[in-house]
Design a protein around this ligand. Structure first.
Ligand SMILES: CC(C)(COP(=O)(O)OP(=O)(O)OC[C@H]1O[C@@H](n2cnc3c(N)ncnc32)[C@H](O)[C@@H]1OP(=O)(O)O)[C@@H](O)C(=O)NCCC(=O)NCCS
Ligand SMILES: CC(=O)OP(=O)(O)O
Length: 324
């Protein structure tokens, strides 16, 4: 069965509420309307009601059935302010909170934190930093995960892979990279991908020596210790990880080389560049970033996304909310 058909079945009838802080963007609004009409989830759109309805009208779509919340007239705003001040533990005063919470990403994140919604999808018009910072500060990571990281589900026909971290940790240390690998294996399973995790580098099994290579080799060892139940191996070049004949030559004893399904990049530059090359040159659909390791699901779109990607990432976010 198509991966998204399976996820749709999981979320149908569960009344999952997903917040969309970018209600005035037609890609987001169009996806929210489709998700609502398809009965998959209950979108909660943030914005001025008249402005959101005007965008819908201009684009010939009907947003009258959507729940739209304007932070400036939200009836539980005082409760939200108190909850935020408490959560930030001395890092924000009440006055500061009143201003901060007018930011739609902070407002949407707080709706999720307070249980008024089950998850959030944003980032079509905001940078990753502005989208995810509220989640890092408020929702925070779940027990056992010290960092959040951003994975992409890469789909082309029947092929599906997971790439990470393409979005959050700029230059993770070995321990952090190991955690990213383990979280990525768990995320892959959510999509029915049997995880064979390749820790990527420009070196395969010691073919080059540098501190960058040492970091990936160390991360591999830590990840294997953290999760002996998963097949994780490295350090591997992409060709050694992916192509059987190259694996025979470069890493013949590896159970992952040549068969990898989960690709863990050594730092964000290679991860972010790598997924965009696969997407734009390789014809893969890139759905994400799916944030891993948070207490509640928050997903950060790429600003280059289209309506279909918003639709699909929202389905994933809703499915995550039922798993946590
Ligand atoms: C994600 C990012 C914005 C966080 O950086 P930042 O805002 O400077 O974060 P800070 O270091 O000030 O930390 C803010 C809070 O987030 C937490 N945090 C930061 N990174 C975190 C991570 N990876 N996982 C979990 N929590 C994290 C901090 O502990 C801190 O919490 P606190 O305020 O409760 O103490 C930053 O790492 C970044 O810019 N990453 C790259 C994003 C990007 O441009 N990606 C490319 C496009 S997808
Ligand atoms: C994931 C990503 O690269 O996001 P953006 O394109 O918005 O920077």
């Amino acid at each position: 069965m198509d991966i998204f058909e399976g996820l749709k079945q999981q979320i149908t009838g569960k009344d999952v509420k997903i917040v969309f802080p970018e209600g005035k963007d037609i890609r987001v609004l169009g996806a929210a309307i489709r998700l609502n009409n398809d009965g998959l989830l209950k979108p909660v759109v943030i914005g001025n009601v008249e402005e959101v309805q005007a965008v819908a009208k201009e684009n010939g779509v009907d947003a009258t059935d959507l729940i739209i919340i304007d932070p400036t007239s939200y009836d539980k705003f005082d409760d939200m302010v108190a909850s935020f001040v408490d959560r930030r533990k001395g890092k924000a005063t009440e006055d500061q909170a009143r201003t901060i919470l007018l930011d739609p990403n902070y407002f949407g994140t707080m709706l999720t934190y307070m249980g008024e919604a089950d998850g959030m999808v944003s980032g079509a018009i905001h940078s990753t930093g502005d989208t995810v910072r509220p989640a890092l500060q408020i929702i925070k990571t779940k027990p056992g995960a010290s960092r959040t990281s951003g994975a992409f589900l890469m789909v082309r026909g029947d092929e599906k892979y997971l790439f990470s971290d393409c979005a959050i940790n700029i230059n993770p240390a070995a321990q952090e990279l190991a955690e990213i690998a383990v979280e990525s294996a768990k995320t892959a399973e959510m999509f029915g991908i049997a995880p064979k995790v390749a820790m990527l580098s420009f070196s395969s099994k010691g073919s080059a020596k540098s501190e960058e290579v040492t970091k990936v080799a160390e991360a591999t060892k830590i990840a294997q210790e953290l999760a002996p139940n998963y097949e994780i191996d490295g350090e591997l070049q992409f060709d050694a990880a992916f192509v059987e004949s190259v694996a025979q030559q470069k890493a013949p004893d590896s159970a992952v080389a040549g068969q990898a399904t989960v690709f863990v990049f050594p730092e964000i530059q290679s991860g972010n560049i790598g997924y965009k090359i696969a997407q734009r040159l390789g014809g893969f659909e890139a759905v994400g970033p799916i944030l891993q390791g948070l207490n509640k699901p928050v997903s950060d779109l790429s600003r280059g996304c289209n309506e279909e990607e918003v639709y699909k990432l929202s389905i994933i976010t809703a499915a995550q909310s039922l798993m946590d």
